[in-house]
Design a protein around this ligand. Structure first.
Ligand code: PHE
Length: 344
């Protein structure tokens, strides 16, 4: 029996190292091992000489050997077939429909961000970006929020523990600061980006979200320019039927400041949960750039004026797509993500 096992091992080595470049060579392999007079049959024939108490064990070994030879034959055949397909033109049927390729979809926040940026680009704004990890000066100080200013409490800040003068930006106004630092008026920029605030995560709040900030500084820029620009934006973004209203507000970096509401898209102004039954939804903060902020960057407030605004992308997305749980945006659930197309 020992001899038979050794013989099988030798055959297996031969089978493993067998190569075939043509169909004829594959056929030669089949005849040698799997044919009616092949070696597999031969070895099977030895079964009759195996003592009864070992038959079961040998049966398994012989069967495994047969499968081993068949496997090798199949892969030799496949390799030769594939090679033939490559070289023979009519082996590929070009009239067959192709296999579908699934392309990804854009994240709803990206769709809205791109749309907002495009609208402002068409008005002559250019794109500006800044770091998400900021220093105190760009996020607060330069924006007229000196240390201990009570308005710092409006935005719960994540500080970097190794160096508390660094933080995760709480608003994209920090990009305004970086632009004014490096550019001279006229300045017209649109700054999208992610911002962070230390909020408990719920359907209505998250520890990070996205904003788009706009800044326009030139001679004779007025509040009327601010209103008209934002009015144009709203019509482009939401359509002609949407109404807007401004409410006086307070931001340390703008004076005067205003928050802008649009008529609720969900209920058409009749009152619903989203607009808290007022018919209006706040979408952005805005105002005329505070003279102090201009001075911080060596821009003469007697010569130049400017307006700025900042909006939350999630809020716009909520109105456009009626997503009512902020957490959905960062859960990466494909069933959610695949519902959005750039055209809507
Ligand atoms: N930075 C403000 C915020 O995050 C928004 C804003 C930007 C307001 C620019 C006025 C001008 O709430």
């Amino acid at each position: 029996m020992e001899q038979l096992l050794q013989q099988i091992e030798l055959y297996k080595q031969d089978i493993s190292s067998y190569t075939a470049a043509t169909a004829a060579e594959v056929e030669a392999f089949r005849i040698k091992y799997l044919g009616t007079k092949g070696l597999v049959k031969d070895v099977m024939g030895e079964m009759k000489n195996v003592p009864n108490d070992q038959k079961k064990q040998f049966g398994l070994i012989l069967n495994e050997f047969k499968l081993f030879a068949e496997d090798r034959w199949n892969s030799l055949k496949e390799a030769v077939d594939n090679a033939a397909g490559d070289s023979i033109d009519d082996a590929i049927d070009l009239t067959l429909p192709g296999s579908p390729v699934n392309i990804g979809t854009r994240h709803p926040l990206s769709i809205v961000r791109n749309r907002v940026v495009d609208i402002f680009k068409s008005l002559g704004f250019s794109l500006a970006e800044g770091p998400e990890m900021e220093d105190d000066w760009h996020n607060f100080g330069a924006m007229n929020l000196p240390e201990n200013h009570p308005a710092r409490d409006m935005q719960d800040t994540f500080y970097i523990s190794q160096n508390p003068s660094w933080l995760l930006r709480t608003h994209t106004s920090s990009v305004q600061a970086r632009v004014m630092e490096t550019q001279k008026p006229p300045i017209r920029v649109i700054c999208p980006g992610r911002v962070y605030r230390n909020e408990t995560i719920s359907a209505r709040a998250h520890c990070f979200f996205h904003q788009v900030e706009g800044l326009y500084i030139d001679e004779n820029v007025s509040f009327a320019d601010l209103k008209q620009t934002l009015y144009h934006f709203v019509k482009e973004m939401f359509g002609n039927d949407v109404k807007i209203r401004f409410r006086p507000s307070y931001f340390p970096f703008t004076e005067p400041s205003a928050e802008m509401d649009i008529s609720c898209l969900i209920c058409g102004g009749d009152g619903c949960n989203v607009c808290k039954h007022t018919g209006w939804v706040e979408i952005l903060g805005s105002g005329m750039v505070h003279p102090k902020v201009l001075e911080n960057f060596g821009i003469d407030p007697n010569k130049y004026t400017g307006f700025a605004f900042g909006m939350g992308i999630e809020r716009i997305c909520q109105l456009k797509y009626r997503v009512n749980d902020l957490r959905l945006y960062s859960q990466n659930d494909l069933r959610f993500l695949q519902q959005f197309t750039a055209a809507t």
